[in-house]
Ligand binder design. Structure first.
Ligand code: PMP
Length: 363
């Protein structure tokens, strides 16, 4: 054994993460470009100040007030009668989903997703020693339902991870696909990761609608994207109460700090204002997709706050060329494709200008 005595399967692996570079136009990690307004900042600061005097005590381990506020919010965005006992939260939806794999994955168990899919999923599986099986999406990034169902029935996973809208492609799943996979999974859980749900196009439903009739469905959400709250780290899920209770077994005690709870409650009081920019970002997304298509590029249909486009014979050269113009996007997804997050109108102007200046040939 070498020192430090790292698990053999982790030797040589690099920690996950996009480059954090200090450039003028940052369109690489699907953040919301709009910072909270001075009123929201003042309310968050006052709420944090109010708990600061009791930081010698541990926070509410069950975060009851926050669960109630999140349930209220979900019931305004597609949820039907969701109660606080049906809500769980953690430090980002990454931690929420890690909790799910800790509770429902593990040695001898299998987790399934369909590539291209969110690149953290195999890491949750690896870290919890869960077997990882990846099916494939079609060339338009949709799911072939028969093949997907077949895979789930064959592999009998305890957790199926379905990002919708998907990262990095932006593709949303129809609800009949979610229902069919919930049925195919039997007693296994189907996690619909709706990190980008608020950006979905009108007419695209949320899987929250299926919760009352589907006992093995988990819908994961985050305040990082639409709420413009990535720095605070607050992700959450809605599911049957027994699923939330089971997750409580694996969470670390007091995992959500009093500061996090206070800040998130303050932000939820301003949900309408924080979400007001979502509409603008959706329009900017559609305009960006249309512009990219008009350049002769392939563009994946997006219900999220980013667009996947290509295909380039040397995508790294395009990524680097944009960076040289001060525009940071993400080299991610299937070979030849690049992903741009939707920023302000000004930032998207800078992106279009830089891409035009490159004039890079498409494959
Ligand atoms: N799911 C998907 C599909 C994502 O793209 C991301 C963030 N990039 C997350 C979950 C995790 O976000 P957070 O931990 O900030 O909630």
């Amino acid at each position: 054994m070498t020192f430090p005595p790292l698990r053999e399967d982790l030797v040589g692996l690099a920690p996950y993460g996009a480059p954090q570079l200090d450039v003028p136009v940052q369109l690489n990690v699907n953040e919301n470009p709009y910072p909270p307004s001075p009123e929201v900042v003042a309310d968050i600061a006052a709420s944090v100040a109010a708990v600061a005097g009791s930081l010698n005590r541990y926070p509410d381990r069950e975060f009851g007030e926050l669960r109630a506020a999140l349930a209220d919010y979900l019931n305004r965005d597609g949820g039907v009668g969701i109660t606080p006992r049906q809500v769980w939260a953690a430090n980002g939806s990454n931690e929420v989903m890690l909790h799910l794999l800790q509770a429902f994955g593990g040695p001898g168990r299998t987790a399934v997703s369909f590539a291209p899919t969110y690149s953290m999923y195999p890491e949750y599986a690896r870290d919890t020693t869960t077997r990882w099986v990846e099916g494939r999406r079609e060339s338009d990034f949709s799911l072939d339902l028969d093949r997907a169902r077949e895979l789930v029935e064959r592999e009998r996973p305890t957790v199926v991870l379905l990002p919708s809208p998907n990262n990095p492609t932006g593709t949303a799943l129809p609800l009949d696909a979610v229902s069919a996979l919930c049925e195919a999974a039997g007693d296994g859980l189907v996690v619909v990761d709706e990190a980008y749900a608020e950006f979905r196009r009108s007419g695209t439903p949320s899987a929250l609608e299926l919760l009352p009739s589907t006992r093995n469905l988990v819908v994961s959400r985050t305040m990082s994207k639409a709420f413009a709250f990535a720095g605070a780290r607050l992700g959450y899920l809605a599911a049957a109460p027994e699923i939330c209770d089971a997750v409580r077994v694996v969470r670390l005690p007091y995992h959500l700090s009093a500061v996090t709870q206070a800040a998130a409650l303050a932000a939820l009081r301003h949900a309408d204002e924080l979400l007001a920019r979502v509409q603008e970002l959706r329009s900017e997304r559609d305009a960006t997709a249309a512009w990219l298509a008009a350049q002769g590029l392939e563009v994946a249909q997006s219900d999220a706050n980013f667009v996947l486009f290509g295909r380039y014979s040397d995508r790294h050269a395009v990524w680097q060329g944009l960076l040289d113009h001060g525009v940071l996007i993400r080299e991610v997804g299937p070979s030849g494709w690049l992903r741009v997050s939707i920023g302000t109108a000004e930032e998207m102007g800078a992106f279009r200008h830089a891409l035009t200046a490159l004039g890079t040939p498409v494959r």
